[in-house]
Design a protein around this ligand. Structure first.
Ligand SMILES: C[S@@+](CC[C@H](N)C(=O)[O-])C[C@H]1O[C@@H](n2cnc3c(N)ncnc32)[C@H](O)[C@@H]1O
Length: 425
């Protein structure tokens, strides 16, 4: 089973895997032609424009025409797909966050009346809906005094239909307009889908908002910069001759002069204090989405977020762009629109943004998070007494929490964001 986190053992596979794929190259993809024509007309394009086109072009984008998590034709697997216990553990973490904040409100805010509130959970990039399945099951059991509503932010029609199939069983998927859909989950919770970049939802203070994003931020476009003697310069995507171990038709070149993008790292001391020669990756889209998370959470007295992904805990991501196809890493400039693209997430940058919006944050490894949020308990409850099943759950536990290169416990990080209090005292 191949996860998208980059670990040392898997990285060594890149040139080998890429070479194997050269033989399979079969004419340009529709996006290859579109991108090449664009570059020939206007010159090299920004990396974020290249990535956005490859991933979410309205017709040929990777996430638009493909189910990347399909059991037979998919390119990778994610933790919520491995076991429903994963989503359930995240559900328990939200319940704990919720209870701690109720305790805080009862001490500090005499006007707060929990019985008037709606518990709203918003998921960005929900894949096949497996995380939400685990969450909805837990909320059905533990959030009993408040109505629960669900919002899914998803660009892909194919995945919206998969999510609806998994969560709503026999309830119809109602199309409100080109960008909005509605239904009811099998646990009776109203569920709405949105395809817009700028989420359009009622931010009335009657909602307590809990936001989740699992392997969403790593799918957002980045730009890459290098610090030179003459200031920051942006890497741009240009046409190049394919090489033996880099079969893609495009590659990165450093812009010879300042571009509008190169002023972004120059505005922040975090980047400016780096030495000449330093490379950095910055995602304006990640900032845009994180700002929306903060606005949604801050619209109620109680709320929080779980952002789970891979990337360094406290350093700036560098050179992390990778292509993923058929459970292998490949050249990210190969077959645009046919392969997944992924980058490391800047956890420290996100956490600083949330803190600048008066929210509190913690960053921990997935192993620490799952162990303290009840995964062993949930697995214990799901396992029957047969030896085979116990063995299966031990393997699953190791996969999600272990620190070996093929395990997810150390490579994946969990950023918790919350209003007021996170732990009951
Ligand atoms: C790597 S998949 C992760 C899916 C799921 N969260 C999981 O962990 O199994 C990325 C998800 O984000 C969605 N996505 C990617 N870019 C998006 C964007 N700009 N807006 C909304 N959804 C997006 C994809 O369609 C997909 O559902």
């Amino acid at each position: 089973m191949f996860t998208r986190a980059r670990h040392r053992a898997a990285c060594r596979l890149l040139p080998f895997a890429a070479r194997r794929f050269i033989a399979a190259v079969s004419g340009p993809t529709p996006l290859e032609t579109i991108i090449e024509d664009t570059i020939k007309t206007i010159g090299p394009i920004s990396l974020s424009k290249f990535m956005r086109t490859c991933l979410t072009h309205p017709e040929h984008g990777y996430y638009i025409h493909k189910d990347p998590l399909d059991k037979n034709s998919g390119d990778f697997i994610t933790a919520p797909e491995i076991s429903v216990a994963y989503g359930m553990t995240c559900g328990l973490a939200f319940v704990r966050m919720f209870l701690a904040q109720l305790q805080y409100q009862s001490r500090h805010n005499p006007d707060f009346k929990v019985k008037d509130k709606i518990f709203r959970v918003v998921e960005f990039g929900p894949g096949k809906g497996s995380m939400m399945r685990g969450l909805a099951m837990v909320f059905k059991q533990y959030i009993i005094d408040n109505p629960v509503e669900i919002v899914m932010v998803e660009k892909s029609d194919i995945l919206i239909r998969e999510q609806h199939k998994l969560l709503c069983k026999f309830q119809r998927l109602e199309q409100v307009d080109d960008y909005n859909f509605e239904s009811i989950t099998e646990w009776g919770q109203p569920i709405a889908w949105q395809k817009n970049d700028l989420v359009d939802m009622d931010l009335d203070s009657k909602y307590m908002n809990f936001v989740v994003a699992h392997e969403f931020f790593d799918a957002l476009p980045i730009d890459r910069y290098i610090k030179t003697q003459h200031g920051w310069r942006e890497y741009l995507v240009d046409v190049r001759e394919p090489e033996a171990d880099r079969p893609g038709k495009f590659g990165l070149v450093v812009a010879p002069h300042a571009t509008p993008g190169s002023f972004i790292p120059a505005t922040d001391d975090r980047y400016n204090k780096l030495a000449v020669g330093a490379n950095v990756e910055i995602s304006a889209d990640a900032h845009m989405y994180a700002s929306q998370f903060a606005r949604i959470i801050n619209s109620g007295d109680v709320g929080g977020a779980l952002i789970i992904d891979y990337g360094p805990k406290d350093t700036i991501p560098i050179n992390s762009l990778r292509g993923i196809k058929d459970h292998k890493f490949v050249d990210p400039f190969w077959e645009p629109g046919k392969i997944d693209l992924s980058v490391d997430v800047d956890f420290l940058g996100l956490s600083r943004l949330f803190e600048s919006q008066r929210l509190k944050t913690t960053i921990e490894t997935q192993s620490q998070f799952l162990n303290s949020s009840g995964l062993p308990l949930i697995l214990g409850g799901l396992a029957s007494s047969t030896k085979e099943q116990q063995q299966r759950f031990e393997t699953l536990y190791q996969r999600l929490t272990g620190s070996a290169p093929q395990d997810m416990g150390r490579a994946y990080k969990v950023l918790q964001v919350y209003r007021n209090a996170n732990k009951t005292t």
